[in-house]
Design a protein. Structure first.
Length: 308
């Protein structure tokens, strides 16, 4: 009787990680896609207004996710503090750094720089979770930093729209730190709060933080000049950035350690770069390809699971 009852449990444990992996991978692929597509939206909306509209649309869509479900543990003071900083770094600062950075840089450069996220997660895990950084991870961090340095000092085509600036790359590097903080804090939250409620509460904090700046830019903005296609892209961006990606990530993170989840952020730079090449007409030079390859090598070195 014990063997028959334990079989479904074993099967569930065998399949659950793959579902979690699918959630994590899908989340990062969506993040990369809207990092690239946000360059199109920045041609229509100013940064703070774009962020405000994003959080506002997502707040409407997730209104039913805010309340605590039956049987769910009430939020502790520690959880409330974590939710605020999860939103401050993962939504508010990440959006501002990413949007300004992409506006001054390129989707391709953003993809290369975002490849440093797993290395940043490793560093923050060492500082705040007391995880030891093994030599292989240290080599991965060095490769990722090398990729960032290479793409930062090379000019990308002069007048070409794929070009980037030092300030843009610094802002994108700031977005990397924000995203890594989001991963580390999110792991602590998933133990006590449901993925849906985390998504909704983090988005509401983001809306509250950006509302003064969003209203300031909205007062002088001509909403009538926005084309229907831009509104459709904005809706996709809002739901993907604030609702779907957060829910997918938190769902997967419940069953996967933060250090293991970091490897899936490799899909963020890959999808961001693909969007830049396919939809934005950006070209990959030999130097950019080398920088991208170096950054991806750092990701694999830092996050590839060790054999047991």
């Amino acid at each position: 009787m014990n063997s028959s009852s334990s079989a479904p449990v074993a099967a569930h444990r065998a399949h659950a990680p793959w579902i979690a992996y699918l959630c994590l991978g899908s989340s990062m692929a969506l993040v990369g896609s809207y990092v690239g597509l946000s360059k199109l939206l920045l041609a229509v909306f100013p940064v703070f207004l774009l962020a405000w509209l994003r959080f506002g649309m997502a707040a409407v869509a997730m209104a039913g996710w805010v309340k605590r479900r039956p049987g769910e543990t009430p939020l502790s003071r520690h959880d409330r503090i974590l939710l605020f900083f999860e939103s401050f770094f993962g939504n508010f600062l990440f959006s501002i750094c990413m949007l300004f950075g992409v506006g001054l840089s390129s989707a391709l450069a953003a993809g290369v720089i975002m490849a440093a996220i797993p290395a940043a997660v490793a560093i923050l895990s060492r500082l705040f979770l007391k995880e030891r950084i093994v030599p292989r991870v240290a080599m991965g961090i060095a490769c990722a930093v090398g990729g960032i340095a290479l793409v930062s000092v090379v000019a990308h085509g002069g007048d070409d729209q794929g070009g980037s600036s030092l300030l843009g790359n610094l802002l994108l590097s700031g977005a990397v730190i924000c995203e890594a903080s989001y991963v580390v804090m999110g792991k602590k939250l998933t133990g006590n709060v449901s993925a849906r409620r985390i998504s909704a509460l983090v988005n509401l904090w983001g809306l509250a933080l950006v509302t003064p700046l969003g209203l300031w830019q909205a007062m002088s903005f001509d909403f009538g000049a926005v084309q229907p296609g831009s509104w459709s892209l904005l809706l996709f961006y809002s739901l993907a950035a604030s609702m779907v990606t957060v829910w997918l990530w938190m769902t997967g993170l419940r069953q996967v350690p933060a250090s293991s989840a970091g490897i899936f952020t490799v899909l963020l730079p890959i999808s961001a770069a693909a969007i830049g090449v396919v939809f934005l007409g950006e070209r990959i030079s030999a130097t950019q390809a080398a920088a991208f390859g170096l950054a991806i090598a750092g990701v694999l070195l830092a996050t590839w699971p060790r054999r047991s």
